[in-house]
Design a binder for this molecule. Structure first.
Ligand SMILES: [Zn+2]
Length: 68
C-alpha cells in the first residue's frame, strides 16, 4: 500500500518494484546505478538495494540550495 503521506522521492515519482519481495515501496537512493541507464533503489520492505532501469533518461535536478 502506498500513499501514506510519507513524502515522495525527490529524484523521481516513478514506482519501482522490488525484485526480491515484490513490494513497490521502494525509494531511489541514487540517480545513478552501476550503469548509466540504471538507478540505485532501496526497498523499504526488505531493505535490499537493487538497480532499476531508468524509465526516462533525463538529467536529474540537484536538490535546491537551502534558502536562508
Ligand atoms: Zn523488497
Amino acid at each position: 500500500m502506498v500513499g501514506l503521506g510519507r513524502g515522495r522521492p525527490a529524484v523521481s515519482a516513478q514506482l519501482h518494484t522490488c525484485p526480491f519481495c515484490g513490494s513497490d515501496d521502494a525509494e531511489v537512493v541514487s540517480p545513478w546505478g552501476g550503469q548509466l541507464i540504471t538507478s540505485l533503489v532501496r526497498c523499504r520492505a526488505c531493505n535490499t538495494h537493487f538497480e532499476a532501469i531508468r524509465d526516462a533518461f533525463e538529467p536529474v535536478q540537484p536538490p535546491a540550495p537551502s534558502r536562508s
